[in-house]
Design a protein around this ligand. Structure first.
Ligand code: ZN
Length: 1015
């Protein structure tokens, strides 16, 4: 058997804290065992009609609605059945959802026929309802879907007898992929209708009537009942989940849910199902790996294999154990680790030699990016707009029409200032009572800075963004200058950030942001404070407040702050606006004053608190502020944000990512990726190698053990949270593919940022290969066809559909925020250069023009890529430099380069950069050809489930309707392209009559993964 040698220079440590990280993040997001992201809204009705979830879909009560004391649930909603009293839920709540589940407690006070528990629909001809006692035409418990005035589908449960004056738990699950509607009474299925050939779009638009207790069709009776805890979910709940919700409520509501394996509603495969090329395997190499004392070895994820029957399979994916500490490598010597190959009995071995401490250097930053104003996106060679330009223009044009006062609304509100005429608040996560308000403003600052830098092609647009930047900074500067200063000479004030008193008339800190509850005594907030809410959330976090919507809880105060400070620095860097920098410095000092007083233990527990302690890239922002200002105290602030547990294992730095221990399994992805970016930024300034190792090791693991084919890394079924990393590495099929979507788009935005920055230190092609994958197949694919509306999660289950939101930029989630940034800097990683301007890197093949002003050279790139497999670079000006061109890993059919028509004999291995070194002359032309071929990207632990690529482009099956099984396709093992027909110029192909298109041009139902058989 072959033995390949792998030498791992620098790697990692120990993880003794037995408290698993999955557990560390099992806060209240695992609501009754169901991930928070599955919930649309929850109305507890214990005194008001507010939405308890973070989505702010507050309901309204009409008529004589009352909240009454109750023996069972303390306080509940009471509907008198008087023909005028009911609850109305915001119509947009159900817009854009694939499936819907409803669960509630109800105590009927009358058995009158025709009463409806709820009635939801677009109008009186198209709606659906539950009639617990039946309707005039048909008695008995039932759910009905009325389409265009006629009965569409019904679930009849005539045997269900519901008594009055008794609490009963009712649920309805409209499962579109399974084509079924089910009802549940007291946790048990009481009726089900199958073959439901419709989608929720048939029932709902953007304005819907969603009533509790009121019939949409007039003339019917109103509900006479008590209601408690009415919940809307976007995922189809299982019977077990419904019964668990009921059970936990009966136990008092606070019971801790034992983490269980999720119910598998993904198709299961027996162990003998062939897993692609593994079926043809005849041998797998063992490997030898060296590591350093204390550092877990980096085991190669792919090793050499031998295949039978003339099949040329790829390198074999091996699944190795992933220890949670470094106890295996605390002594010099050697040991053996055994891996496995899915779908086979092969057990490859890794012999690991643990060597004494070596002095391995981490790399310096060698490359720099070009300014956004130095790279212009061009049309393709036919003069057609590319996807890059299309998406850029959707965002730039909509951004240009925004009103900055909307983005300043909550800042003025926090400081008790008048709103200027025409100022409208934003919605969603920036509305009055949302504890994250102001986050969109941060993204907005960055977006207008980038838009300003990128619109050199249009003076008017550029002036528009210049005005917006000035205006935003002016207002934020004025507000920040008011903090901690008296309103009149000798007036009351508190300038010390560590001595902020309680709000006026309050005996404690709280996060109440309601019109009547918010404190606006900015003179007491300490010098330099800026935010769209008062300082309380920052202080409450230090005191242990958890994430949630109650006034005693918080929502990621530092996350929001990071966006604002990053945006201010972006404006400073593109425009030189010193006030922007002053605001950032003032708040940096405010943060330093407070955090530097806290014990390390407090910081560790804060930064490991689920969502509450999410701080975006505060460490990155503060390291950057140190660099911009050359004031080292900001680097100290950055380090106060070290996620010590994830980075270093514990306060003694025993292990963690710095020693190659996977310390992020099961954690919230987007909470942690920006922290890694921060580690790299701190390394840049501090040159402390352990920070580099944190970033490098994290990236390698995220890419190889957590990545879906589109480049996204989040989406766990276990733990049940679509925004978390899977609970164990390299188990995407076992623990991933969460219900309701995966791949939070903001997490991929952050992965790309991290990847780009790592490449500036280490010019490993793998990094830019990943960048290309995520950029084309997730970021470009995340924008709607006709507007800048964009995705939150991008679902990859069979027959999924992308859901786009925020077309008019008035209501932002996290991902809507990062979308503003992504689409205003699409040109930023096409080219990099050496710091000393001696080399150029061509990373991406995008029609564009680079103005390399430092060298007085322009480079024009002409191409139809990826609708063509070639590109052309034209040099304008002259000078000597290395021209490095990426030879992608997927370019396995050759990589051909001509200079001025002359074929170059160069070594161009896939997965490398090839270098042309010469003195370049004006008009030199470099032609590159890199033939595409079809290839598969399998899920590591269930390889028959795979995505199809053509070159860099993910091709997805266009699905005519919802489905919950994987589409089956059969391909030729020796040449998978041999049965694929189509046109490379349009990138449209067919397999067995099914159309495959690029994911970035797919707007309907799709299957990104197929069940692939090779023969
Ligand atoms: Zn997001």
């Amino acid at each position: 058997m072959n033995v390949s040698k792998f030498f791992v220079g620098a790697v990692f440590f120990l993880f003794t804290a037995q408290m698993s990280l999955v557990h560390a993040q099992s806060g209240n997001q695992i609501l009754d065992g169901i991930g928070e992201t599955g919930m649309i809204a929850r109305y507890i009705f214990d005194g008001d009609a507010k939405d308890w979830s973070r989505n702010n879909l507050h309901a309204r009560a009409y008529g004589e609605v009352d909240f009454k004391d109750d023996e069972q649930f303390k306080k509940v909603l009471s509907l008198p059945g008087d023909g005028k009293s009911y609850i109305s839920i915001p119509g947009e709540s159900v817009q854009n959802e694939e499936s819907i589940s409803i669960a509630t407690w109800v105590n009927f006070q009358s058995k009158e026929l025709g009463q409806l528990l709820f009635d939801f629909g677009k109008d009186d001809r198209t709606h659906f309802f539950v009639a617990p006692f039946g309707i005039k035409e048909q008695e008995g418990f039932q759910a009905q879907v009325i389409l265009d005035g006629k009965s569409g589908y019904e679930v009849l449960s005539p045997d269900v007898e519901i008594e009055t004056n008794q609490w009963v738990h009712l649920a309805l699950v409209f499962d579109v992929p399974s084509k079924s509607i089910s009802v549940f009474v007291n946790g048990q299925e009481a009726g089900k209708t199958e073959n439901v050939e419709m989608e929720l779009e048939d029932l709902f638009t953007h304005e819907n009537l969603l009533y509790l207790g009121k019939p949409i069709v007039s003339g019917n009776p109103y509900l006479k009942a008590k209601i408690y805890d009415f919940r809307l979910y976007r995922i189809p709940l299982s019977e077990k989940q419904v019964s668990r919700i009921r059970y936990i409520a009966l136990k008092g509501g606070d019971a801790v849910v034992r983490r269980e394996k999720p119910e598998d509603n993904l198709p299961k495969f027996s162990s003998d199902v062939p897993q692609l090329y593994n079926e043809f395997l005849t041998g797998v190499s063992d490997v030898e790996v060296e590591t350093e004392l204390g550092y877990l070895p980096r085991l190669p994820r792919h090793v050499k294999g031998t295949y039978r029957d003339g099949v040329k399979g790829p390198e074999v994916r091996v699944l190795w154990p992933s220890p949670i500490d470094n106890s295996e490598v605390t002594k010099a010597g050697s040991y053996v680790v055994t891996g496995r190959v899915p779908g086979t009995d092969f057990k490859p071995k890794a012999k690991i030699s643990v060597k004494a401490k070596q002095d391995v250097k981490t790399p310096d930053m060698k490359l720099e990016v070009f300014g956004l104003n130095q790279v212009r996106l061009d049309s393709d060679t036919d003069g057609q707009q590319t996807k890059f330009i299309e998406n850029r223009d959707k965002f730039i044009n909509t951004l240009a029409a925004t009103n900055p006062d909307s983005f300043l609304y909550m800042f003025r509100n926090a400081f008790g200032q008048e709103q200027p005429e025409g100022a409208e608040p934003l919605g969603v996560w920036d509305s009055q009572e949302t504890k994250l308000r102001g986050h969109a403003t941060g993204h907005y600052l960055t977006a207008i800075a980038q838009a300003y830098a990128s619109t050199g092609y249009d003076e008017e647009l550029q002036a528009n963004f210049a005005n917006k930047m000035d205006y935003m900074v002016e207002v934020l500067y004025k507000l920040s200058q008011m903090s901690g200063k008296p309103t009149k000479v000798g007036g009351e004030h508190e300038s010390d950030p560590t001595k902020v008193p309680h709000g006026p008339g309050k005996s404690t800190y709280d996060s109440d942001l309601s019109e009547n509850g918010i404190r606006t005594d900015y003179w007491n907030w300490g010098k330099g404070f800026i935010s769209a809410y008062p300082p309380d959330q920052f202080i409450m976090l230090e005191n242990g407040a958890s994430y949630g919507t109650q006034p005693t809880q918080v929502w990621a105060p530092y996350y929001t702050l990071h966006k604002i400070l990053a945006g201010l620095m972006d404006i400073y860097e593109v425009s030189g606006n010193k006030k922007a920098l002053e605001v950032a410095k003032g708040m940096g000092d405010w943060v330093y004053a407070r955090l530097s007083l806290l014990p390390t233990d407090t910081l560790i527990s804060m930064w490991n608190s689920y969502i509450a302690g999410e701080f975006g890239g505060m460490n990155e922002a503060m390291a950057r502020l140190d660099r911009i200002t050359d004031e080292p105290r900001y680097l100290k602030v950055a380090q106060l944000f070290d996620n010590i547990k994830m980075f270093f294992g514990d306060a003694e730095h025993s292990h963690g990512l710095a020693k190659n221990v996977d310390s992020f399994r099961g954690l919230h992805a987007n909470q942690h990726i920006p922290q890694i970016m921060g580690a790299l930024e701190i390394y840049r300034d501090s040159e402390s190698p352990e920070y580099y190792r944190v970033a490098e090791n994290f990236w390698y693991k995220a890419k190889h053990d957590y990545m879906y084919s589109i480049g996204g890394v989040a989406g766990a079924r276990n733990p049940t949270n679509a925004e978390c990393f899977i609970g164990q590495p390299a188990t995407l099929y076992e623990n991933g593919f969460s219900a309701g979507g995966q791949n939070e788009t903001c997490a991929t935005y952050n992965m790309l940022k991290l990847t780009k920055n790592l490449f500036l230190f280490d010019q490993r092609t793998e990094l830019m290969d990943y960048y290309e994958r995520g950029l084309y197949n997730h970021i470009l694919a995340s924008v709607a066809e006709d507007s800048p509306a964009n995705t939150y999660h991008v679902p990859l289950r069979p027959g999924s559909v992308k859901r786009f939101g925020n077309a008019d930029m008035t209501g932002f989630t996290c991902c809507n925020g990062t979308a503003l940034e992504s689409s205003t800097k699409l040109q930023n990683s096409i080219y990099f250069k050496n710091k000393d301007n001696s080399a150029l890197y061509v990373n991406l093949f995008v029609p564009s023009t680079l103005e390399w002003t430092e060298k007085n050279i322009a480079i024009e790139q002409k191409t139809d890529f990826p609708k063509a497999d070639n590109t052309q670079l034209i040099i304008k000006g002259e000078g000597k430099f290395d021209l490095n061109i990426r030879v992608p890993q997927w370019a396995t059919k050759g990589f051909y380069v001509k200079v001025n028509g002359k074929e170059q004999k160069i070594k161009a291995e896939p997965g490398s950069y090839m270098t042309l070194n010469r003195k370049w002359n004006n008009g030199d032309v470099i032609d590159v050809q890199m033939p595409f071929q079809f290839h598969l990207d399998p899920v590591m632990d269930q390889q028959n489930i795979a995505s199809l690529f053509y070159g860099p482009v993910l091709l997805v099956a266009q699905e005519p309707e919802p489905r919950n099984d994987w589409r089956k396709i059969t391909l030729n093992a020796k040449n998978i392209g041999s049965t694929i027909e189509g046109n490379p110029k349009t990138l449209e192909f067919t397999i067995d009559g099914v159309v495959f298109k690029p994911f970035y041009e797919t707007y309907g139902r799709h299957s990104v993964y197929m069940d692939v058989t090779l023969e």
